[in-house]
Design a protein around this ligand. Structure first.
Ligand code: NAD
Length: 369
């Protein structure tokens, strides 16, 4: 039995609002399957977050929940939000629960894979030959840059005009820690890093580039290139398969990760991870929100959340084989023509959220033989 199988993996599950609890139910079944069939041991706690937490505790993230999030190996997060809480003060809105978690756990690295499952190549807005086999990882800096820099605000000027100000600011340590995440990841993948900034027009971009070049020297086995962010956006839709790991700042990462995500089709398929310092906080969540329009109907696609759990297995619990098993099971199920409504195609079998879960468990069992 391997080391990771002997360990007990602590996890906090926060299903949240809308379809969050529905898709998380299927993750819990996958966890049970892993315990019964792969010998993994989990110590799971569960709590409310977002609107549900506001209803229960009067805040979107209770202190005890935050404390627990700091103690466990990883948080599995569903989604938060809904019109029921539209009138609530900003600091108590469901989304504030997620922002507080990111800040308090110091989750500075956002990992967004753009993986094109072969049976879904037709769902992309690009030609199948451009996305077939696509496997990119975007590493976005999440706690710095222009979204947080000071000064910021809107000022009234004496001439009657108004001025909006935000500040793009990065310090060396912020660039280094995100850089190391990207290069370490590249070592476990295809060994290529592209760093994206606007060094041609922004001093903060020039600093980013200079520091990345310093980090690159520590990784002679990883191929490295710089690319201006506008060109990177263009290359992502022209020839996306040229990329392996893309590392970039908060603002450019926000945009480039959304562009890359859409190369693969549906929101219901996209996982993500947000990581802090090694061993000090990790949060895994689907990219999608709480989808109030389909909540309670049992038709949400649970695959993004199941794939987020696979990322937790790989990046927090060091169970890469089990992560690959889940990814293979997803591919197998899609290959068999099983589809939830969001990825439905002509001639394929339409299934509910829990039926998709049934198929994933069956595929796991088949592949585990
Ligand atoms: P959304 O991602 O919830 O939904 C966008 C569209 O995609 C909807 O039509 C929805 O039905 C569909 N969709 C999303 N996930 C799906 C899935 N798993 N299966 C099938 N279809 C799916 O985005 P939105 O509608 O802009 O926001 C709804 C709420 O979610 C808002 O309150 C928003 O603030 C919140 N939100 C939360 C997060 C988060 O918790 N991380 C992220 C984004 C939005």
């Amino acid at each position: 039995m391997s080391d990771t199988q002997n360990k007990t993996h602590s996890m906090l599950i926060l299903p949240g609002d809308g379809i969050g609890p529905e898709v998380m139910e299927e993750v819990k079944r996958v966890i049970t399957w892993m315990e019964e069939n792969r010998g993994l041991k989990f110590d799971i706690s569960e709590d409310h977050v977002g609107g549900r937490a506001y209803d229960e505790y009067g805040v979107p993230l209770a202190d005890k929940t935050l404390q627990k999030a700091k103690e466990v190996g990883a948080v599995m997060f569903g989604a938060v939000g809904g019109s029921k809480w539209d009138g609530v003060d900003y600091d108590k809105r469901p989304e504030a629960g997620l922002l507080t978690l990111r800040k308090e756990l110091n989750l500075f690295a956002n990992l967004r894979p753009a993986l094109c499952f072969e049976p879904l190549v037709d769902a992309s807005s690009l030609k199948p030959e451009l996305v077939s086999g696509l496997d990119i990882m975007i590493v976005r800096e999440l706690t710095g840059g222009v979204y947080f820099g000071e000064p910021r605000g809107i000022e009234e000027l004496s001439n009657g005009q108004r001025r909006g100000v935000n500040t793009q600011v990065y310090e060396t340590y912020e660039i280094h820690r995100i850089g190391h995440v990207a290069f370490d990841l590249a070592r476990k993948r295809r060994g290529h890093v592209t760093s994206s900034e606007k060094a041609n027009v922004m001093e903060s971009g020039l600093l980013w580039r200079e520091e990345m070049e310093i980090i690159a020297r520590d990784y002679p086995d990883v191929e490295y290139q710089n690319m201006l962010a506008d060109n990177c956006g263009m290359q992502l839709v022209r020839a996306p398969k040229q990329f392996d790991v893309i590392v970039t700042d908060n603002l450019f990462g926000d945009m480039l990760s959304d562009v890359a995500a859409m190369l693969t089709g549906s929101l219901g398929m996209l996982p993500s991870a947000s990581l802090g310092e090694v061993g000090k906080g990790a949060l895994y969540e689907p990219v999608h929100g709480s989808a109030p329009d389909i909540a309670g109907k049992g038709i949400a696609n649970p695959l993004a959340t199941i794939l987020s759990f696979a990322m937790a297995l790989r990046y927090t619990y060091d169970c890469g084989d089990e992560a690959t098993l889940i990814e293979d099971a997803v591919n197998e199920v899609l290959k068999d023509g099983i589809r939830t409504a969001d990825i439905q195609q002509e001639g394929k079998t339409l299934v509910s959220t829990s039926e998709m879960g049934d198929h994933i468990l069956a595929a796991l069992t088949k592949l585990n033989k």
